[in-house]
Design a protein around this ligand. Structure first.
Ligand code: SRM
Ligand code: SF4
Length: 588
């Protein structure tokens, strides 16, 4: 099987504004071509009478079909039965051309296609806030990008002016904003040219694969998570071109690999978490945890699956898990379709057994229990840090709320090329890391204008701030988040001194994309009242712990108006009482 880059070279030409520049810089080395699939794929059953040739029933077993067709199946199952989400990969190019050529009108398009199915191609219509404009979600395995990719992303949003921007997401990924349907074909093909994709980044599919953001340079890592995640993405999703077989899962699925005690990708809130551990004989294997997720109705940490897998088993195991989820997962009440519901329904042991069966009777290891004498503080990724390679450093810079504009991409690419190796990592905390910066270049690098905006040593609170999209673009948002979060946190940094980091997570609604339950302090969009009037507000959560021995934050207060003159003093009170903050002494 070919790697993504080799296929990309054959893909159609990119947008003229970006493609030519894009390919001049070093392209990320992909691992050797990925091996053939190791789990036996069953041939699709003949489609039942009456199902259209594009029905999403195609790859489902009889039992899964019955669940998808049941009268209690949720509305998304009906949409998928009618036409598989994988059709979006064809539809997107057709729709794009028809609109460009004036052969169809926006109003004539099928709403299920525009608002639902196109999400399989990574296109999210922002109909409520910016009708006619799409958010395009990418896949950036392990958050690693090179200068060519960064420049292409900047060039893709540049034509949209004030409507175009991008965000680093809480899954160390990129979302582009302002994208029009007419431009989508050129952008998708341009993404392929530079080794990226948007396919299968949304709806009932696997989200961006996350790992250690300092993989390959981290003195404490047990394994470099980058090639594992790159291969996983390439294998599962046909080298960025999309895989029909995995387009009809019962629900989204979050997968990550953690390679240090920091647990940077948060295995505890992923549906599937692989935790690298060293066995007494020195072999690195992966303890498996499953079922963590957040939603409006339920927030739960993952539970141990009671087994470990070897490195060779990682990819076939993941593929088998997707098949087990697809074939056996619930398709009724949408709020009860995440992986945990299947694990709970069949039991951990039976679930493990199913995985073994789908892998042709593979056996798994016992989970490995590692005893550490000393506790481990999760490391701060911002600032300048020596790498495992002598004389080299990684430099982490804070991108407030993860918001980027076209020029930022170019500037980040230029800095990465001038001082590092031309690559960067983006993080689940929505920041950027430059790697392989020689000691001798660090001081000059720190003086770059980019770091006036994206600080290497930001305020303590800003350095730990995370925010979801909020109601600026998201139709679910009950409150604005990003701009408010930056203002509020900067004000708190100015007024308070803290002897330890406090992580504040803002999220616009109970879906908790901004992971309010992960923060030391979490703010979740909710209704509130101020001076007798209904206003945007937040619930406040306290006590999230990450890294080793994680726990979720719990609700502390409700109905706090999202008004700075109210929110800042309220958070100040909490920071002083609960986190030992002290008022800054004014200097003359
Ligand atoms: Fe999310 C739906 C944004 C990470 C839980 N999420 C959405 C949608 C697609 C809703 C929509 O159509 O508008 C949001 C798009 C808004 C926009 O315009 O950006 C959205 N989610 C995001 C991002 C961009 C937040 C951010 O600012 O970083 C993150 C994109 C990640 C990525 O790159 O793929 C994002 N979402 C998360 C996370 C955090 C994580 O993965 O660690 C969660 C909680 C963890 C989880 O999924 O278990 C999360 N998003 C949800 C849910 C609730 C899922 C559920 O089981 O009910 C929804 C609603 C849904 O899927 O029906 C949702
Ligand atoms: Fe939108 Fe709510 Fe997710 Fe924020 S938490 S991005 S408001 S769905």
């Amino acid at each position: 099987m070919q790697s993504l880059q080799s296929l990309n070279r054959k893909a159609s030409s990119a947008r003229p504004c970006a493609g030519s520049r894009g390919l001049t810089t070093r392209v990320l080395a992909t691992a050797a071509p990925v091996a053939p699939f190791a789990t036996p794929a069953s041939a699709p059953l003949p489609l039942p009478d009456g199902a259209g040739e594009h029905s999403g029933l195609k790859h489902l077993t009889e039992a899964a079909r019955a669940r998808a067709l049941d009268k209690k199946a949720n509305k998304f199952e009906k949409v998928k039965v009618e036409k598989c989400g994988s059709r979006a990969w064809n539809d997107v190019f057709e729709l794009s051309s028809l609109l460009k050529e004036g052969k169809t009108k926006w109003e004539d398009l099928n709403l299920d296609d525009v608002d639902i199915r196109l999400k399989w191609a990574g296109l999210f219509h922002r109909g409520k806030r910016t009708p006619g404009k799409f958010m395009m979600r990418l896949k950036v395995p392990n958050g690693e990008m090179n200068a060519a990719q960064l420049r292409f992303l900047g060039a893709s949003i540049a034509p949209y002016g004030a409507d175009g921007c991008a965000d680093i997401t809480t899954r160390a990924n990129i979302q582009l904003r302002g994208v029009t349907m007419e431009d989508s074909e050129a952008i998708i093909k341009g993404l392929w040219d530079v080794g990226l994709t948007s396919f299968q980044s949304g709806m009932d599919s696997v989200r961006n694969l996350t790992g250690n953001p300092i993989a390959g340079v981290d003195p404490h890592e047990l394994v470099d998570t980058r090639p594992l995640l790159r291969d996983m993405e390439a294998m599962l999703f046909n080298n960025g071109k999309g895989r029909e077989e995995f387009a009809n899962l019962p629900r989204k699925l979050n997968i990550c690999i953690s390679s240090t005690r920091d647990d940077f990708p948060h295995t505890h809130i992923n549906d599937v978490g692989f935790e690298a551990v060293t066995k007494p004989d020195g072999q690195v294997v992966y303890n498996v945890v499953v079922g963590g997720y957040f939603s409006i109705k339920r927030n739960i940490m993952s539970i141990p699956l009671g087994c470990s897998v070897t490195q060779d088993q990682l990819l076939p195991f993941t593929e088998a898990l997707l098949r087990v989820f697809r074939d056996h997962g619930p398709r009724g009440d949408r709020q009860q379709t995440r992986l945990m519901w299947l694990v709970e329904a069949v039991g951990v042991e039976k679930f493990r057994q199913l995985l073994s069966e789908y892998m042709g009777g593979a056996t798994f290891g016992e989970p490995v229990h590692v005893h550490h004498d000393q506790p481990w503080e999760r490391r701060n990724l911002l600032g300048v840090h020596p790498q495992k390679q002598a004389g080299l450093n990684w430099v982490g810079a804070c991108v407030p709320a993860g918001r980027l504009h076209a020029a930022d991409f170019d500037e980040i690419a230029a800095v990465a090329e001038k001082y590092g190796d031309g690559t960067v990592r983006i993080t689940c905390e929505e920041n950027v890391i430059f790697v392989n910066v020689p000691d001798a270049k660090v001081e000059a690098m720190k003086a770059e204008p980019l770091f006036q905006r994206f600080k290497i040593h930001p305020g303590v609170l800003l350095s730990g701030m995370v925010s979801c999209t909020g109601n600026q673009f998201c139709g679910f948002g009950l409150a604005e988040t990003k701009a408010k979060a930056v203002k509020v946190v900067e004000a708190l940094d100015e007024q308070l001194e803290l002897s330890r980091p406090v992580r504040i997570h803002f999220t616009g609604c109970p879906n908790s994309c901004g992971q309010a339950q992960v923060g030391d302090i979490g703010l979740m969009g909710a209704p509130a009242k101020h001076e007798g009037k209904a206003v945007e507000g937040y619930k406040i959560f306290l006590g999230g712990k990450i890294g080793e021995n994680p726990s979720l934050a719990t609700e502390f207060a409700q109905g706090v108006p999202a008004i700075e003159s109210v929110l800042v003093p309220r958070l100040k009170e909490i920071l002083i009482a609960e986190f030992g903050a002290k008022e800054r002494v004014a200097t003359a």
